[in-house]
Write a protein that binds this ligand. Sequence first.
Ligand SMILES: Nc1ncnc2c1ncn2[C@@H]1O[C@H](COP(=O)(O)OP(=O)(O)OP(=O)(O)O)[C@@H](O)[C@H]1O
Ligand SMILES: [Mg+2]
Length: 267
Amino acid sequence: MTDPPRILEVANVETVYHDVVRVLRGVSLSVPQGAIVALLGPNGAGKTTTLRAISGLLSVHEGKITKGRVVFSGQDLGSSSPESRVASGLAQVMEGRRIFAELSVEENLLAGTWHRQRSEVREDLQRYYDRFGLLRERRQQAAGYLSGGEQQMLAISRSLMTRPRLLLLDEPSLGLAPKIVADVADLIREVHASGVSILLVEQNAALALQLSEHAYILENGRVVLDGTSEALLQDDDVREFYLGMGGEERRSYREVKHYRRRKRWLS
Ligand SMILES: Nc1ncnc2c1ncn2[C@@H]1O[C@H](COP(=O)(O)OP(=O)(O)OP(=O)(O)O)[C@@H](O)[C@H]1O
Ligand SMILES: [Mg+2]
C-alpha cells in the first residue's frame, strides 16, 4: 500500500527569534492530502511558532528558520513571502481571532482576496453570508463589535475567502463558550468535507482528537509523541495529562511517562 500524498511536509525544522531564542528543535510532521491533523501541547511548546514557520509569518515576529524545510504541495517554500504562500493555497487563522476590529465585516472578508478574480470573490461572499446570516446583517458594521464566537467565524471565513487548500488553525476554540465551540467544530468539519486539508493547533485535546485522524504532541520545541488520534485517545499517558482523566496532578507528558514508569517499577 502506498501512503496518501502529503500536502504538507515539515522536516527537521529549527527556529530562532531575535537570533537568540531557540524554540523549535527539529520538528517534523506531515499532513496527508485531505486530512485533519492535530498539533497538541502545553503553553509555550512552540505550536504557534510551528504554524508561523509554515505560513512564513515568522519573519513578522523577528524569527527565522535556521534548519530544515517546509514543503507544501511538493514545493520547498524556502524563504517565500507569506503573501505568495497565501496565493499558493496556504492560509493561517491566527490565535486570538485576529480580525481587523475597526474594519467592517465585509472589509475583513475581502482582506485576503487580492489575488482572486472579482466574480469568484463575489460568489464566495454570498456563500459565507448565506452560511452566516449574521455576517450579512452586520456586513457594514465594525467587526470589533461582534461577539467572540462571531469573530472566530469571521476569522475562519476570511481565511476561506483566500480559497486555501491547507488551512492552519491556531486554537480556534480558545475562550469560547461550549455551545460556540460546538459551532466552530461543525464549521471545521464542513471545511474539511469541502476538500480542505487542516492542521489544527489546540489546547482542547479532546476536541482536537475527535476532529483529527492523526495527532502530534509538541513539548519544548520537539515532537514527543505522534499517532492516530484514535490511538492517542486510548493512550493512558495522553488521557492522564491532556484529557485530565487520570486523577493525577497535571504534569508534562514526559513527566507523566516517567512517573508511570516509576510507579510500575515500584509495584
Ligand atoms: N516573537 C517572539 N520573540 C521571542 N520569543 C518568542 C516570540 N514568540 C514566541 N516566543 C517564545 O517561543 C516559545 C514558544 O511560543 P509559541 O507561541 O510558539 O508556543 P505555543 O505552543 O503556541 O504556546 P501557547 O499555547 O501559549 O499559544 C515561547 O517560549 C515564547 O515565549
Ligand atoms: Mg500558541
